[in-house]
Design a protein around this ligand. Structure first.
Ligand SMILES: C[S@@+](CC[C@H](N)C(=O)[O-])C[C@H]1O[C@@H](n2cnc3c(N)ncnc32)[C@H](O)[C@@H]1O
Length: 386
């Protein structure tokens, strides 16, 4: 709470996320802005961090992902124009929800008793707050999140506030395939809602498979692609967020209490299958109608650099360049690898890697993006050396 008894504003978006481009955001923003793009698409938007940066820089942004929790974040940070939100009413509603006493329900049972993602007292408050959001702001179907006609504009903002609050008191290394054997110290903190820091300006949130969205969207100035490059499925790694947003109380299985539909092939992504991923990415690159395409790539990927460069050239781009940024690896690699019981297994992997950003498009725009990337600490990478 602030000095006047109102909930604190969120200083920054904090959900922990595998493959999040947190450290690269300023460089990606500078590169995109240097191309002169006025409209942008973030096609695998995840936390929406990159889309938020594009929006902050004045671009009209479409943020898209297959995950329901990502759609909630995109509706909050990208589709919502801060200027159209009644800040007082939002702060009051968040204060009201934050004061609700806990009522044990699905989250408490599944994620605090059968598993240990949250302390039960926080789980009961998550249950109570999520029920109250649904009762007061939901549109009947949780998936019909609220920017359609008649939808409640506060709905995705409140969902985001709750997800971020839950993330601050979870007991994981940032993935939900397992929880820690010993409670993380932060799990003992009381859950506290904050007002998300909304951005001024228009934008769009789209939930869908990147292959369909790329094909369906009209022309845009710039597309940014940050696909998964390995077998780690976001649907299972972030099943708690998926359930918190859908609020569909699914049957759960295993020590991690994953959603039963995680076993359904319909929830799998072509981007997590070694054999399908290169073709799926090439298809997205060919279909997306963007003058400039930027692709995040890391050297642990299933796609080779020459293959990716070829896909970009075959899509008709005049010029293709690669900028490399040295970066610390995801926290899980540093902490170690744990099984679902929280026991340490396996070896800690490499602690540093290089993040690459491909830029493809007209020569002058690619040149401008590369210059901005170098000014932000990147280095031009000769393709064959990657
Ligand atoms: C590397 S993460 C993106 C991280 C994001 N750039 C950020 O900074 O938060 C990859 C994203 O791809 C999404 N994804 C996986 N398969 C997808 C598909 N078939 N279509 C669209 N999105 C997909 C995942 O849900 C995940 O959010």
């Amino acid at each position: 709470m602030d000095g006047r008894g109102r909930p604190r504003r969120s200083g920054r978006l904090v959900i922990k996320y595998l493959g999040s481009k947190r450290a690269l955001v300023p460089a990606l923003g500078a590169m995109a802005a240097a191309t002169g793009a006025r409209t942008a698409l973030d096609l695998f938007t995840g936390t929406t961090r990159v889309a938020q940066e594009f929006k902050r820089l004045g671009m009209e942004v479409t943020a898209s992902d297959i995950a329901t929790y990502s759609e909630a974040l995109a509706r909050c940070y990208i589709a919502t124009d801060a200027r159209g939100v009644d800040g007082e009413a939002l702060a009051e509603e968040i204060a009201r929800l934050d004061a609700l006493p806990g009522t044990p329900g699905y989250v408490t049972r599944t994620f605090c008793e059968e598993a240990r993602y949250f302390q039960p007292a926080n789980g009961a408050r998550i249950d109570a707050i999520r029920d109250a959001i649904e009762a007061g702001h939901g549109g009947g179907s949780p998936l019909a999140c609220a920017d359609g006609p008649g939808g409640d504009p506060l709905y995705p903002i409140l969902l985001t506030s709750l997800m971020e609050a839950a993330d601050r008191v979870d007991s994981t290394t940032g993935q939900q395939m397992a929880y820690l054997k010993q409670w993380a110290p932060r799990a003992s903190n009381p859950l506290r809602l904050r007002v998300p820091q909304l951005l001024a300006g228009g934008g769009r949130a789209v939930r869908g498979d990147a292959r369909d969205v790329a094909r369906a969207l009209g022309p845009i100035d710039l597309a940014y692609l940050d696909p998964p490059y390995n077998q780690h499925r976001y649907f299972t790694n972030y099943h708690v967020w998926e359930t918190l947003i859908r609020w569909d109380a699914p049957p759960a299985y295993g020590v991690a209490r994953k959603r039963a539909d995680a076993r359904d092939p319909a929830t799998a992504s072509a981007f997590n299958r070694r054999r399908e991923m290169p073709r799926a990415l090439a298809q997205v690159i060919a279909d997306v109608r963007a003058e400039v395409v930027m692709v995040s790539y890391n050297d642990e990927s299933w796609v080779g650099v020459p293959g990716l460069a070829t896909s970009l050239r075959e899509a008709g781009h005049e010029d293709v360049a690669v900028v490399g940024f040295d970066s610390r690896r995801y926290v899980g690699a540093r902490i170690g690898i744990y099984n679902p019981a929280g026991e340490r297994v396996g070896r800690v992997g490499r602690l540093r890697n290089t993040e690459y950003v491909f830029v493809a498009g007209p020569g002058d725009r690619v040149g401008a993006a590369v210059a901005a990337g170098r000014a932000a600490g990147g280095e031009i990478v000769p393709e064959p050396a990657v």
